[in-house]
Design a protein around this ligand. Structure first.
Ligand code: ADP
Ligand code: MG
Length: 363
């Protein structure tokens, strides 16, 4: 059995006599030593899930299993889980040593044992030189190591992290993210990390879970989900800019997008039917602005981002985002020609928006 298992979890809140169902039969299997990131927009229930795993909140229905055993009736302190909250909850007036030692002190662990454990974990995380410092004298990445040290010193081998980097400024955040990633790959704790930031999610996760509408919409290798999203919602949520999703129609072995015929990729040939209406997903990096492009788009909006520009272009009734790899000289209203890398396209069912390649596999 997986190391952390959530089985058919339901949770509702009551706000002003109105019930809101936040988690709706959620399942998740986290293996030991994985860095699992739960990615979802704000308000979708990410913190709720972590609090249920930690035992700080009771689910209405369903079961939580840790290390192969059901823990529904186990108190938070008996679950051997550490939670790293958004602000790290590092005490600014205590030294790094005292911050790490704190959970052991309140558990009345003997002093010499505390000392040995703190020194061990500090060495492992390479913060043993910093034990006398106060948190104010640490970098963002070092601060994060202290928070992790405090988790590990409790011998919690499952660490829950609730948007732990969102308080750092952009530059520090990238460094802290890389450090955290390195650290996890070295020491292999089981981490469940929640964030609304999809760049962070893609770069940190060994396993990515996309949360929306109270369930996990897609789960697996982050690059695989990026290339082969389970449904159009996931496609449009992952990536910056996200995947373009536009209407199209099949005609024998071709796919017609805005009256232009493209070869249907082989992998879809036995899946779709003649005249079937579909949604086609194409990543901006798989669309090229080129004079011999077959599709015609009209520029509606331009985002100049320095190293590149994102052009929002109208093709038929749909608006797509394409990337120009320099500051663009183009203007709104201008027409551009676009080519697509047909083999990279992903087809979704027009009704339920599921990835057609994956539906057929699971049948
Ligand atoms: P996230 O962490 O993804 O932003 P949360 O788990 O914090 O989402 O919250 C999910 C939803 O549940 C939100 O709509 C939030 O307003 C609501 N919610 C969270 N906690 C409570 C609570 N204690 N009482 C009522 N509603 C809550
Ligand atoms: Mg939250």
């Amino acid at each position: 059995m997986s190391y952390v298992k959530l089985e058919d979890i339901w949770k509702e809140y009551e706000v002003k006599k109105k019930k809101i169902q936040v988690i709706k039969g959620l399942n998740l299997d986290v293996e030991k030593g994985e860095f699992t990131v739960i990615l979802g927009p704000s308000g979708e229930g990410k913190s709720t899930i972590l609090r249920i795993i930690a035992g700080l909140l009771k689910q209405d229905r369903g079961h939580v299993y840790l290390r192969g055993k059901i823990v529904d009736d186990l108190s938070p302190k008996d679950r051997r889980i550490a939670m790293v909250p958004q602000n790290y909850a590092i005490y600014p007036f205590m030294s790094v040593y005292d911050n790490i030692a704190f959970p052991l002190k309140i558990a009345h662990v003997p002093k010499n044992e505390i000392r040995e454990k703190v020194l061990n974990v500090a060495k492992m995380l390479r913060i043993d030189e910093l034990l006398d410092r106060k948190p104010g004298q640490l970098s963002g990445g070092q601060m994060q190591r202290v928070a992790i040290a405090r988790a590990l010193v409790k011998e919690a081998d499952i660490i829950l992290m609730d948007e732990p980097l969102s308080n750092l400024d952009a530059q520090v955040r990238v460094l802290a993210r890389e450090e955290l990633k390195q650290l996890q790959r070295e020491l292999k704790p089981t981490i469940i990390y929640v964030t609304h930031d999809q760049v962070e999610a893609l770069s940190l996760a060994t396993k990515l879970a996309v949360l929306h509408n109270g369930i996990i919409q897609a789960f697996g290798d982050p690059i695989k989900l990026y290339r082969e999203p389970d449904n159009a919602w996931v496609a449009k949520f992952l990536g910056n800019p996200p995947m373009n999703v536009i209407k199209a129609e099949i005609e024998s072995d071709t796919i017609i997008i805005d009256n232009v015929k493209f070869d249907l990729p082989d992998r879809y040939k036995n899946i779709v039917k003649d005249k079937q209406k579909v949604l086609v997903g194409i990543r901006p990096e798989d669309m090229m602005i080129t004079d011999n492009g077959l599709l015609e788009g009209e520029i509606e909006m331009i985002e100049d981002l320095g190293a590149y520009s994102i052009l929002h272009a109208k093709i038929g009734d749909d608006v797509v985002r394409v990337i120009e790899k320099s500051i663009t000289k183009r203007e709104r209203g201008e027409k551009i020609k676009i080519n697509i890398d047909v083999n990279k396209m992903v087809l979704f069912d027009i009704e339920n928006e599921k990835n057609l390649a994956l539906i057929n596999k699971s049948q």
